[in-house]
Design a protein around this ligand. Structure first.
Ligand SMILES: NC(=O)c1ccc[n+]([C@@H]2O[C@H](COP(=O)([O-])OP(=O)(O)OC[C@H]3O[C@@H](n4cnc5c(N)ncnc54)[C@H](OP(=O)(O)O)[C@@H]3O)[C@@H](O)[C@H]2O)c1
Length: 252
């Protein structure tokens, strides 16, 4: 049984790969720059296999899945780490943000379903920016009441149709595309836990971490952020469907 981890070219993904590889268990690492994944795999050892994957590219997702089917890989763990954070939330940047941060994990999980164990653990690397404080109470209730992936996709489509920050706010969402993307991921964890009761689905925030995304002023070191995601991926003491914010203990 193997783990597949996206976005290992830098930041938290690369750190999580290094820590998980130290167990010696099979690890599949993906980066949109195959050379970056190869360099990391060469450093970590023969149990680490590199793949090129632009997570938003359907052809690449399917090609990866068929390679894994052909090589009879079975995945016990899937960690959706790759994501973007854009400073603006125009309709274009919002579409790109949701494509990368929400639809890519959904479609990649679907593509990998032939090789994903029935009781696989799925980790959605989320953010405390995905909390629902700034939402209208009606919209918050819809997020909190989600029971299916389809409902998550409807919420995503409604947000994108709102046409930018002002429309998003009028519709009851956060103004910020990244925040909405992570709120949708948290709702997705809740939905998948219901739809796939044998799976363990965890959404977890690494906290605000010094990476290219978090910037140099972030209070947490890379090691702290990595440790948090490794814990989300390995501890047995988690509740499927839950979102664990920056400092929430991983308890049931
Ligand atoms: N850092 C923080 O403070 C913080 C806080 C809360 C949550 N998070 C979450 O933690 C995770 C990792 O963040 P980070 O800080 O390590 O970010 P980062 O340093 O910006 O790294 C992002 C990673 O995602 C990859 N990626 C982005 N778009 C991709 C795409 N379309 N296809 C394939 N790979 C793609 C990047 O690959 P390239 O090198 O090819 O661009 C890179 O490996 C993300 O889910 C982020 O939302 C981070």
């Amino acid at each position: 049984m193997a783990t597949l981890l996206t976005g290992v070219s830098r930041g938290i993904g690369r750190g999580v790969a290094r820590t998980l590889a130290s167990s010696g268990e099979p690890l599949l690492v993906t980066a949109r720059d195959l050379a970056a994944a190869r360099t990391l795999a060469d450093e970590l050892g023969p149990h680490v296999r590199p793949f090129g994957l632009e997570v938003t590219d359907d052809g690449q997702r399917r090609a990866l899945a068929s390679q894994l089917v052909d090589s009879k890989v079975a995945l016990s763990r899937l960690i959706h780490n790759a994501a973007i954070y854009e400073r603006t939330s125009t309709p274009e940047t919002a579409a790109r943000t949701l494509a990368t941060n929400v639809f890519a994990p959904i479609r990649l999980t679907e593509a990998l379903s032939p090789v994903l164990a029935a009781d696989a653990r799925i980790v959605l690397v989320s953010s405390s920016m995905g909390q629902l404080h700034s939402y209208s109470s009606a919209m918050r209730a819809r997020f909190e009441g989600v029971t299916t992936q389809a409902e998550v996709e409807v919420l995503a489509a409604e947000y994108l149709a709102a046409g930018g920050p002002d429309g998003a706010e009028r519709a009851g969402f956060s103004r910020d595309a990244y925040s909405v993307s992570k709120a949708l991921l948290n709702a997705l964890a809740q939905a998948w836990a219901r739809q796939f009761p044998k799976r363990l689905v965890v959404a977890a925030s690494p906290g605000w971490v010094k990476t290219d995304m978090g910037g140099p002023g972030a209070p947490r070191s890379l090691a702290q952020g990595v440790a948090r995601i490794v814990e989300a991926a390995t501890t047995t003491n988690v509740r499927s469907g839950a979102f664990y914010a920056d400092s929430d203990p991983f308890t049931r």
